[in-house]
Design a protein around this ligand. Structure first.
Ligand SMILES: Cc1cc2nc3c(=O)[nH]c(=O)nc-3n(C[C@H](O)[C@H](O)[C@H](O)COP(=O)(O)O)c2cc1C
Length: 148
């Protein structure tokens, strides 16, 4: 499967999740930050996975910028998936989360969302990830490959 994981990360937690997801999809699958993505990396992909930390209820600016520049011709008909990292405190619920917004943006451009957007939890604003989240990321990635 030709796949790519594009992620952003301020403190390294989303990066860990992205790398686990890429590794489970395939040993040749890269996890890249938006600035590292070449247009050619997006050609003929079977699956594009996009993940970002939730900041102020949204993906980071770098990821919002990446999503806004992704052209419809690249995404249309492509299998896509979205995830974020976020906190569990009740207060942040008011602002919403990054993953749903990433998924909406990919769907708007004609992407076929393989699984519902997924969240992975950190214990504080800089992390670390909650216990078991990398295992859950691996399991989510297996489901992505199976397409269910
Ligand atoms: C400026 C800022 C705003 C944040 N806003 C939210 C938020 O609205 N909701 C939430 O669940 N977490 C929020 N967080 C916590 C982040 O989700 C957390 O830093 C992130 O999951 C860590 O991932 P990273 O290490 O990849 O950056 C915020 C963190 C920062 C630094």
């Amino acid at each position: 499967m030709k796949a790519l994981v594009v992620y952003d990360s301020a403190y390294g937690n989303t990066e860990k999740v992205a790398r686990v997801i890429a590794g489970v999809i395939g040993s040749d699958v890269k996890a890249l930050r938006p600035a590292e993505v070449n247009p050619a990396d997006l050609n003929s992909l079977d699956l594009l996975v996009v993940g970002a930390p939730t900041q102020g209820g949204k993906p980071t600016m770098a990821m919002q910028d990446f999503l806004s520049k992704l052209s419809e011709s690249v995404i249309k008909g492509k299998n896509v998936a979205a995830f974020d990292t976020r906190m569990t405190t009740r207060l942040v619920k008011i602002f919403g989360y990054a993953a749903g917004k990433i998924a909406d943006s990919l769907k708007e451009k004609g992407g076929n969302l393989v699984l519902p957007a997924e969240a992975f939890y950190v214990t504080g604003s800089k992390g670390p990830l909650k216990d078991g989240e990398l295992e859950r990321a691996a399991s989510w990635a297996k489901d992505l490959v199976r397409g269910k």
